[in-house]
Design a protein around this ligand. Structure first.
Ligand code: G3P
Ligand code: CA
Length: 242
């Protein structure tokens, strides 16, 4: 089975991450899905941005949560882009789903609520997934495992993914405890025995973030179900050849 290719923060190796440009770029490069990061604005809008602060990816300053959606929307989200793309903005999750729900793309929606609490983010994300009838094409992931339990409480049929970094002994035990369907394994922890054991226990396994051609090929040979990559076009080509 050829693994699915998910564009990490969109085609973020080529476009400003977590922007409409990066998501359109992923679709153009025939990604199977988009991985994106969500958190809440001060007034409760679900916004697509990775960091809890604005400085790295935008021309704003301060915490995302201290800004209303109107304020966030005025910012440019193309910091570091070459060439700068002055129209690039922080998207809302609704805007992303408006644009891409009609396409065949799948979604990994990562709740960024491990370091900074995001009250009721789970409810808002589940509402949006349901409104766009995307339950079957979407996985909700998080480093905050309690939040994954909350997702299952809200919608038992919603697929979730245990997302972790660094060594985690027997991640399938943790996944089982939190009722997840998938394990999202960091590249440096991805081995064939891990993939085989996790799959034997009924989990789907995705590796992140895998960008080098040789490693993409290796992950496919291990039997992963999906590859989360900053370069979906490259991954697509490599997998077509392997
Ligand atoms: O999909 C996993 C990956 O996105 C988690 O790390 O920091 O890139 O959101 P990060
Ligand atoms: Ca992410």
């Amino acid at each position: 089975m050829i693994p699915l290719v998910y564009a990490h923060r969109g085609a973020s190796g080529l476009y400003p991450e977590n922007t409409m440009e990066a998501f359109h770029g992923a679709l153009k490069r025939r990604a199977d899905g988009l991985e994106l990061d969500v958190q809440l604005s001060r007034d409760g809008k679900v916004v697509v941005i990775h960091d809890h602060r604005l400085e790295r990816t935008t021309n704003g300053t301060g915490a995302v949560q201290q800004h209303t959606w109107r304020q966030l929307r005025r910012l440019r989200a193309d910091k570091g882009a070459r060439p700068p793309t002055s129209q690039t903005r922080i998207p809302s999750l609704k805007e992303v789903l408006d644009a891409f729900a009609p396409t065949p793309l799948r979604f990994i929606i990562e709740l960024k609520n491990f370091l900074v609490p995001q009250p009721h983010l789970e409810e808002r994300v589940i509402d949006l997934i349901k409104r766009y009838q995307l339950t079957e094409r979407t996985v909700v992931s998080s480093f905050n495992f309690d939040s994954l339990l909350r997702i299952k409480e809200l919608e038992p049929s919603q697929a979730t993914a245990l997302l972790y970094v660094g060594p985690l002994q027997q991640p399938w035990e943790v996944g089982a405890r939190y009722g997840t369907n998938q394990l999202h394994v960091p590249d440096d922890q991805l081995t064939r025995p891990l993939v085989e054991e996790a799959k034997a226990r009924g989990f789907q396994v995705l590796g992140w973030a895998i960008d080098k051609s040789a490693r993409i090929r290796q992950a496919a040979e291990m039997g992963v179900d999906g590859i989360i990559t900053n370069y979906p076009g490259k991954a697509r080509k490599v997998l077509r050849r392997s």
